[in-house]
Design a protein around this ligand. Structure first.
Ligand code: C2E
Ligand code: CA
Ligand code: CA
Ligand code: CA
Length: 297
């Protein structure tokens, strides 16, 4: 009996995955369909650590399924990569996030700090996208449609993306750079050869992984080994002329330590969780680009 029950469970799960895959494929034929099927983009602010001033947002894909509820990006992105729908999904996310950002800029919510660089949206791309010869052209098209500048967009890649096929990915990423779009190396320090990748690919930004940030202050004490590593990453970023963003900041203590260490940019629950576009708009209308935690009370 045991074995049969287990088999049945496996079978049901496989069927559910298949159903989701089919739904995803159907949903992503048009942007309207995708929205109706519950695909959307959430935005998490990336701020200047010294004062919480907004510099841009990371775009994070969401699937809020009408029956299954919330499906995490870790699940459906992997699914989309396996089935090849990642290109349609990536296109949807790119267009949606550029459109949302253009709307916020049009409303004049993002203009109160002229000394700052343009506000941007930072979009994650998967390995399959970074292997696609048509990708730079699609990105360029999406930018023109939105009316935004190349400096309003950044693309984030992880090391696993870079390891797909270094030559091809190198060509595609150079194509992106040639459009004037900045590249960000995500989850820095967690991969096998972060330094080699940094040397080989034309990066502008690195994101220190949350694993290092959380170890900076656990149980009230500072982890000196984690601190040394973050120190080294910051020094390297500085000498290579890269911007460094610390990810996953959850409390004021981590923010203070990183700020004191010379890290300029931050992202994490301490400032804001990823938010739907309507919540971002409400915040911008109320507080402008001030995203320091005190402004949120
Ligand atoms: P990621 O690119 O490293 O994104 C950061 C993740 O950390 C997000 O999870 C975010 O919600 C979470 N996070 C942010 N601040 C904090 C914090 O202070 N504490 C903690 N514990 N977590 C924090 P999310 O949204 O579930 O995304 C998971 C991963 O899915 C992303 O990791 C990214 O690799 C992938 N992903 C999300 N959206 C996309 C997309 O549009 N395209 C692609 N290719 N991948 C995506
Ligand atoms: Ca990311
Ligand atoms: Ca990350
Ligand atoms: Ca990650």
């Amino acid at each position: 009996g045991h074995v049969r029950v287990y088999d049945q469970a496996m079978h049901n799960e496989a069927r559910q995955v298949l159903t989701l895959e089919t739904e995803m494929r159907r949903a992503l034929t048009t942007e309207k369909n995708a929205r109706e099927m519950g695909f959307t983009v959430y935005y998490q602010p990336i701020v200047r650590i010294s004062d919480g001033l907004l510099t841009g947002f990371e775009a994070l894909a969401r699937w809020i399924h009408k029956e299954s509820g919330f499906i995490g990006p870790d699940v459906f992105i992997a699914m989309a990569e396996e089935t090849g729908t990642i290109h349609d999904l990536g296109r949807f996310i790119l267009h949606q996030s550029l459109r949302d950002l253009a709307g916020w800029i049009d409303l004049g919510c993002c203009q109160d700090a002229p000394e700052e660089r343009d506000i941007f949206v930072s979009v994650n791309i998967s390995g399959k996208q970074a292997m696609r010869t048509l990708f730079p052209g699609e990105v360029s098209g999406a930018l023109s449609t939105s009316g935004l500048k190349p400096t309003n967009l950044k693309l984030e890649v992880t090391e696993s993306v870079l390891m797909e096929d270094m030559t091809t990915v190198g060509v595609i990423l150079s194509g992106i750079k040639a459009l004037g779009i900045d590249l960000c190396l995500d989850d820095f320090g967690t991969g096998y050869s972060s330094l080699a990748h940094l040397h080989r690919f034309p990066m502008d930004v690195i994101k220190i992984d949350r694993a290092f940030v959380s170890r900076l202050s656990s149980n009230g004490s500072v982890d000196m080994r984690a601190k040394s590593m973050v120190d080294a990453i910051l020094a390297m970023g500085k000498s290579l002329g890269l911007s460094v963003v610390a990810e996953g900041i959850e409390n004021i203590k981590q923010a203070r330590i990183l700020s004191k260490m010379g890290c300029h940019f931050a992202q994490g629950y301490y400032y804001a969780k990823p938010l739907p576009a309507t919540d971002v708009l409400a915040h911008l209308q109320q507080h402008g680009r001030d995203w320091s935690p005190k402004a949120m009370g």
